[in-house]
Design a binder for this molecule. Structure first.
Ligand code: URP
Ligand code: ZN
Ligand code: ZN
Ligand code: ZN
Length: 473
């Protein structure tokens, strides 16, 4: 059932902060899009008025990396598209890009269809990267169908998870080359899956079975090697490439070198990796250590400095959460064997606040850079700008009214994410979403959600993003 068009809204008296400019002004929203921007706009009759005095009016966050209700490592991640997008809105994020994953050897188009069904209950807009987990002529044909008929312009590849989702260099060469011809961008989880499997086996053989084995099996070089390899593959094909969840100096340096050489390589950073470090694996408490098991794992602090510098310098362009919730009973599956702990942590709700608090308030990032790395750059790379990631007439009315001075304490007891753990537990953050508007609907306001299942829309993304592909002759 189509949902009624939301009534008009006038956002009054805020400071409009975009990736380029800071200005005072009102924003009028009609039919779910921004209809006018200006000083002292006239209030049409029947308009709802939202007072933005003292607040920043920014493009809603776009999280380019989430896993809602994903079957993974024998479990299903616990946040679904309803609860996960509600959590997103409460933190100021108005769009997610999730991953449609085919069953082993299965159809990519079918995966897209399955994920579309699951996402029908979403309360903010969404889109899907589609994963390439094997190669055949039929996969190549399905990639073309997805680009042509289903609004997909990005394909994801796992260089890790051997025996499950991992692809080898042969598949990467085929897929990256084919995606280039379609004007689609390849995403890559860069960890050397053979090296991880080798180290896991050695650790288990030496008697390391506890969750601390997770990080030991995935040292920084495992990521650095894979990042360099996919960059080299993309270079020899002349293709752009996007590396997800960059967590090391090794991978950051590889990206910076490639970019300095003229290659179009994009890097994504998770808020978690910026502020949580490897010390979480030393507590000796299974529940807490297992709750922090994600890939790539948390790193020594020296890597965090490289990630912050990468974001500030523009060598790394986007931030994400890799939101992938598993509760304690699911994590407990790996009590006697760390390789069986489902990988993933939550973060879709807190990404914006964590980046504001630790990025903008410390001076590492400017407010304009904050907008770039939480929203606008993602919109450009995945070719939905200026519909998304912008405050401009005609753009979707996906906005966050940000209180730069408001504080909250993050806790699993109060968060909206459907999971029993929060890696930021007890962290006091300043900078929060007072109101979040999605498709012209005031969906989060003064601490309360007002959402209607299914009001989120699938966002088609056309190929040949101008930021990724040179002009075609
Ligand atoms: O540990 C993680 N990151 N789980 C989700 C799957 C992935 O690798 O992104
Ligand atoms: Zn409906
Ligand atoms: Zn990954
Ligand atoms: Zn992921």
């Amino acid at each position: 059932m189509p949902h009624p068009v939301p009534p008009p809204l006038l956002i009054r008296g805020g400071t409009i902060q975009t990736a380029d400019t800071t200005s005072r002004g009102d924003v009028l929203i009609r039919d779910g899009v921004i209809a006018a921007i200006g000083r002292d706009l006239e209030a049409p009759t029947g308009v709802g008025i939202v007072d933005a005095g003292g607040l920043l009016v920014m493009p809603g966050g776009i999280d380019p990396h989430t896993h809602m209700e994903m079957p993974f490592m024998g479990e299903v991640s616990t946040d679904d598209f309803r609860t996960g997008t509600e959590a997103a809105l409460s933190g100021g994020t108005t769009m997610i890009v999730d991953f449609a994953i085919p069953s082993p050897g299965g159809s990519l188009v079918e995966a897209w269809r399955v994920w579309s069904e699951r996402a029908a209950k979403a309360v903010c807009d969404y889109s899907f990267h589609v994963c390439v987990t094997h190669w055949s002529d039929s996969v190549a044909g399905e990639m073309a169908t997805l680009v042509r008929d289903h609004g997909v312009n990005s394909f994801k590849h796992f260089m890790a998870y051997k025996g499950a989702l991992m692809v080898d260099d042969g598949v990467l060469l085929e897929s990256v080359g084919h995606a280039l011809s379609l004007g689609a961008l390849c995403n890559v989880h860069a960890e050397n899956g053979d090296a991880v499997a080798h180290l896991q086996k050695a650790l288990l053989a030496s008697g390391v079975r506890g969750p601390e084995g997770h990080a030991l099996s995935r040292p920084p070089a495992v990521e650095g090697e894979a990042a360099q390899r996919i960059i080299a593959i993309a270079d020899l094909l002349g293709a752009p490439i996007y590396i997800v969840h960059v967590s090391t100096k090794d991978a950051t340096d590889a990206i910076a070198r490639a970019r300095a050489g003229g290659q179009r390589v994009f890097g994504e950073v998770l808020a978690q990796h910026l502020v949580v470090d490897e010390s979480v694996y030393a507590s000796g408490d299974f529940g807490s250590v297992a709750a922090h098991v994600m890939s790539p794992p948390f790193r020594p602090k020296s890597h965090q400095a490289a990630l912050w510098a990468g974001l500030a310098s523009g060598q790394l362009q986007t931030t994400a959460s890799d939101h992938c919730c598993f509760c304690a009973p699911q994590k407990a599956k790996g009590r006697d064997d760390f390789t069986l702990i489902p990988n993933g942590t939550a973060g879709v709700e807190d990404r914006m606040s964590v980046l504001w608090h630790h990025g903008v308030r410390t001076g590492r990032l400017t407010p304009a850079e904050f907008v770039s790395i939480t929203s606008t750059n993602t919109a450009k790379i995945f070719n939905i700008h200026p519909r998304k990631g912008a405050v401009s007439v005609g753009s979707d009315a996906d906005l966050v009214l940000w209180d730069p001075d408001g504080s909250r304490t993050i806790s699993a007891r109060t968060h909206h994410q459907r999971v029993d753990f929060n890696v930021y537990e007890g962290m006091q953050v300043t900078g929060l979403a007072r109101s979040t508007i999605t498709g012209g609907r005031l969906a989060w306001h003064d601490g309360a959600l007002r959402t209607v299942s299914g009001t989120g829309r699938y966002i088609s993304r056309p190929p040949f993003a101008p930021i990724c592909f040179p002009a075609r002759a």
